[in-house]
Design a protein around this ligand. Structure first.
Ligand code: 0GY
Length: 303
């Protein structure tokens, strides 16, 4: 890749692989207006320090590198998602959103005590949702009331809630997720075990969750995290994403997940991830809904 600056060397305290500084050019060309709806900015740590309570330390991955990757892969816009390593300090996120000049929206992390003025500033920067992380290696669980209280605050702004959880935890939080009064977006398809059959009971529960809750959307990202068969084909991931897209074409989003925090097995080639899109969304119509219409509706139309 020529448009992107080389990746910085991993910080001495970084505890996962650095992103691929030289992804391949995808053969698949996303449609005009396409959105990479799950990606992050990290630091740089000397400007935007990582949270003291973080569970991992990333390699710096700043906005300039994200925007270069966006252009190189053929996308027009990003949804930048606050990751746990920045805690509830959304300054790196807000800085990137403002710099994107309307070509990015954001999902923040907030805590009780957040002021109306802080929320208004985040909205002005481009934030349209908050994220709750239930993955135990990343965040400590809280009672349902904690999440309901924060959701009530942002529902008034027309924002939605993004939830990240492991498949095994869906049953426990089913009641909470079903009671949230906003759109709820699930990260990485609720992390199914893709070594199991796509028609198996684990994934059936997730599909039922989507069927019963029309306000729930699903990201179909996460090939590199979920796949057991591995790159570059990620063959075991494909039927799971395809099943969701075909069943719920108006409630799906896709993202690279760049710079792929906590990847320890391999670091994906982002061009190869883009080339999965026509295998999971097999018609022009499904691709346009996944990459353009759905993120446009959720992130760029005022509610
Ligand atoms: C992701 C996945 C991960 C990390 C986080 O907030 C985070 O730190 O979401 C992960 O480790 O699976 O989507 O960014």
């Amino acid at each position: 890749m020529t448009a992107q600056r080389p990746a910085p060397p991993p910080q001495p305290d970084a505890d996962w692989l650095s992103f691929d500084p030289d992804p391949s050019k995808p053969g698949y060309l996303p449609p005009p207006g396409a959105v990479d709806a799950h990606c992050h900015v990290f630091g740089p740590g000397d400007v935007f320090p990582y949270a003291p309570e973080r569970k991992y330390t990333p390699t710096d991955a700043g906005k300039e590198q994200l925007f270069a990757l966006r252009d190189f892969l053929g996308f027009e816009r990003n949804v930048i998602v606050q990751a746990t390593c920045h805690g509830a300090d959304n300054r790196a996120l807000a800085d990137a959103l403002v710099a994107a000049g309307g070509r990015a929206r954001g999902v923040a992390t907030i805590r009780p005590g957040v002021s109306a003025a802080e929320l208004a500033d985040l909205h002005a920067a481009g934030v349209r949702g908050i994220r709750f992380n239930f993955v135990r290696r990343l965040a400590d669980p809280k009672p349902d009331d904690y999440y309901l209280g924060l959701t009530d605050l942002v529902a008034e702004l027309g924002w939605h809630v993004v939830v990240y959880f492991e498949a095994a935890d869906l049953a426990e939080r089913w009641g909470l997720f079903s009671n949230l009064p906003t759109v709820v977006v699930v990260d990485h398809m609720g992390r199914p075990d893709v070594s199991q059959p796509v028609d198996g009971p684990g994934f059936a529960l997730y599909l039922r969750f989507l069927h019963e809750n029309e306000n729930v959307w699903s990201k179909v990202s996460g090939a590199e995290r979920l796949s057991v068969s591995g790159p570059p084909q990620y063959a075991d991931y494909v039927p799971f994403a395809r099943r969701i897209i075909e069943a719920f074409p108006d409630r799906v989003l896709w993202g690279t997940d760049w710079p792929h925090p906590n990847m320890k097995s391999h670091m994906p080639d982002d061009g190869a991830l883009v080339d999965l899109i026509p295998r999971i969304a097999t018609t022009d119509d499904l691709q346009r809904r996944l990459l353009v219409d759905n993120p446009q509706r959720l992130y760029w139309e005022e509610r």
